[in-house]
Design a protein around this ligand. Sequence first.
Ligand code: IMP
Ligand code: MG
Length: 188
Amino acid sequence: MSEVATGYPGLQRVVFSEEEIASRVRQLGAEIDAFYPPEDELLVIGLLKGAYMFLSDLVRAIERPTLKVDFLTAALYGEGTDASGEVKLVRDVDAPVTGRHVLLVEDIVDSGKTLNRVGDVLLSKSPRSLEVCALLHKKATTGLRYEPRWVGFDAPSDWLVGYGLDLGERYRHLPFVGAIAVEEDRGI
Ligand code: IMP
Ligand code: MG
């Protein structure tokens, strides 16, 4: 952990630096590549919006000739940091999933509701395999039906921003993951 240089209101500390993330993503890419038979094609599905930056680095670290990228959008009802609502599938994938090796890429697992919902949706399409890679895992839930095979880092319980993660749609562009102070009313 290091001090934040300057400039981001409310940002308390850097939790995972740009360098730590880059090095871990390279490891994850190599592990994922080794897990699947070399001749098999992967369908990597990113959960928007949070996973967009992680996915774009991760696929570049998976060295294999055939790989497809697609996205789906899920959203928790409610705004800000209130994750008490239901998960809604806003946009489904374009690519056919049936018979494919699907790797679902998630930014952060908290309550697990998003993963449970999206996992069910993808499993109902009969993929050949379904695995999850999450950059961050808060290890805050016991009700996870799709435990990620690959996790970048165990995360603290703080609200985290950067490297794709947001607070009220802000801070996604930060090249590191930081902890931010969250207003009590959570209505951001
Ligand atoms: P879950 O459904 O409770 O596991 O929450 C997963 C989703 O909530 C993630 O994909 C994020 O979009 C969001 N989320 C959970 N915790 C954080 C956080 O600390 N910072 C930013 N987004 C978060
Ligand atoms: Mg989010």
